[in-house]
Design a protein around this ligand. Sequence first.
Ligand SMILES: [Zn+2]
Length: 216
Amino acid sequence: MNNNFEKLIEYFLKFPGIGPRQAKRFALFLAGEDKKFVADLGQLISKIKESVRQCPSCYRFYGSVSGGSSQCGICSNLNRDNSILLVVEKDADLQNIEKSEVYNGRYFVLGGTIPLANGSAKGGTGGLRFRELFEKVKVLLQSSTREAKHLEVILALSATIEGENTSRYAEKILEPLLSKGGQEIKITRLGRGLSTGTELEYSDSATIANSLRSRC
Ligand SMILES: [Zn+2]
């Protein structure tokens, strides 16, 4: 195998959930496709940064319309409930919850969970958006004073040791806001029936609705 082929495999290995065997299968698949297919795919990949924008408010990626609002459709929608914030690990979780149409609050994409190995290392938060989460909750608190007396932050992270750690860390980060100015912030977790991030990504509407109802 030549160098480029190996390099391509290395890139596929960086994709979420892709192991060495799948990475190699992808590379072999591409090698077997015709030139146009590969060229079209290459084009799409090289343009992805221009066609997709990251929302500065919830941090999800969305297809950008030129000249549109700088925030995504969910964040700029005035009809959504500012008194609930659902914190998810990744875009796919958010997309599936949206599809289920059982939630009408705000979102925040944290970017994953803190890897266990990093737990005690420098910084230790795996580049996740904790600072941004703090800011987001602060902004929501300010805007919700007019509409509601309370703000609920639902931590919808994986029911794994990593997810548990991450949720606890998030609670610690938000702690200084809990006692601010007479407003009530409630931090909750999703209820049973739906526990891991992967489940969130693939759950049906009924399960999502159930876990939201039974949050605690
Ligand atoms: Zn957004």
